[in-house]
Design a protein around this ligand. Structure first.
Ligand code: HEC
Ligand code: HEC
Length: 313
């Protein structure tokens, strides 16, 4: 706040207070001796109801005086007069900081217990994954969904399909440092019917319905252009975040020809923000532990299903 504004506010507050005190004293003044004890304002309603000019009742007057005393005390102790900080030095920012410090001190004891355990152990530690679940709900679910199963453009984190790798340390690195997966628009490198042909080949990689003739023309083009990132076999590349194209799991679109052609023509880009500086490594490790525990239990329940159905899957 500039000095001018501060002065303006102080002056405005002071003038208001002085004005109000004057008003109070002026209206509370006892009637002069030469006037009748009950002066009327000269307003009459319904024949005989008159408006009188009585002084304020004593208790009301005292109440007003008390509010003035409160007001002056408040302005002396707390910030209110321009840039004057008040003699107590209180501020809302400091109050929030104090609460934050108290919460962090409480959490510090909680986190300290997990800090020297390997991430791989935390996955099987229900106390750790319980905290991790909250960290995830507060910071990650907006993009990845509350069950971490993702959405178009936001990867499912509990399946076994990873863009960057599912080793505990790799998952932690994804969270701490963020990721940026970039596929440039490829249309310029695929003249003629190239996009259609390569898209049909991509469908064939996942065993989906496709045009076999177009796919066979697309195969050498894929190997020449796309393999650099997605691998000759199309199984992807964790170093680049290039998805596996053979598993019928789709980050963009749902595996139909139009969606794949769109991806190839215009390219795609996915940004995972870096969380290290925002939530601290303690929280990032717990979130990673929860994600990996979810993945583990969904893999186990799928194995159970497969066993029950006689391994028919
Ligand atoms: C603003 C949206 C957004 C938020 C919030 C977000 N993520 Fe992500 N995350 C993404 C995107 C997009 C990707 C995929 C990046 C890519 O396409 O290369 C991703 C990728 C990941 C990956 C790598 C997945 C893989 O297959 O290798 C992990 C792990 C991950 N996120 C965990 C988290 C955690 C934990 C949080 C919370 C602390 C979080 N994310 C918050 C958008 C987000
Ligand atoms: C420079 C590396 C690079 C090249 C070259 C490249 N891609 Fe990609 N591709 C990626 C990355 C990275 C992603 C994931 C983008 C993201 O994180 O959102 C991707 C995503 C895709 C997807 C979406 C997968 C899904 O799960 O939805 C398809 C399909 C695809 N690429 C096909 C192709 C084809 C076909 C070509 C060749 C014409 C090609 N790509 C060339 C890096 C590349």
């Amino acid at each position: 706040m500039s000095a001018g504004w501060s002065f303006y506010i102080v002056a405005l507050t002071a003038i208001n207070l002085i004005g109000l005190i004057w008003l109070l004293l002026a209206t509370a003044a006892k009637p002069k001796n030469d006037k009748p004890a009950t002066e009327t304002m000269g307003h009459v309603w319904d024949g005989d109801i008159e408006e009188l000019n009585n002084p304020l009742p004593r208790w009301w007057f005292i109440l007003f005086i008390l509010t003035f005393i409160f007001g002056f005390a408040y302005l002396a102790l707390y910030p209110g007069l321009g840039t004057f900080k008040g003699s107590l030095g209180w501020s809302s920012g400091a109050e929030v900081q104090a609460e934050l410090d108290a919460t962090n001190a409480k959490l510090e004891t909680l986190f300290a217990g997990f800090r020297n355990q390997p991430l791989a152990d935390l996955i099987d530690n229900p106390a750790a994954t319980k905290v991790g679940r909250n960290v995830f709900a507060n910071n990650c679910s907006a993009c990845h969904g509350s069950d971490a199963r993702g959405a178009t453009g936001y990867p499912n984190l509990v399946d076994a399909d990873w863009l960057y790798g599912g080793e505990p340390e790799t998952v932690l690195a994804s969270i701490m440092n963020g990721r940026h997966g970039l596929m440039p628009p490829m249309v310029a490198t695929l003249p003629g019917n190239g996009v259609e042909e390569v898209a049909n080949y991509a469908l064939s990689l996942s065993g989906l319905a496709h045009d076999a003739r177009l796919a066979s023309v697309g195969k050498p083009k894929f190997e020449a252009i796309c393999a650099a990132c997605h691998g000759v076999d199309g199984k992807g590349n964790h170093a680049l975040g290039a998805p596996n194209l053979t598993d019928d799991i789709w980050l963009h679109g749902n595996g139909n020809l139009a969606g794949i052609k769109n991806t190839i023509t215009y390219g795609v880009s996915g940004v995972m923000p870096a969380w290290g500086a925002l939530i601290s490594e303690d929280r990032a490790r717990l979130a990673a532990a929860w994600i990996l525990a979810q993945g583990k239990s969904s893999a186990e329940s799928e194995r159970d299903d497969a066993a029950r159905s006689g391994g028919a899957r």
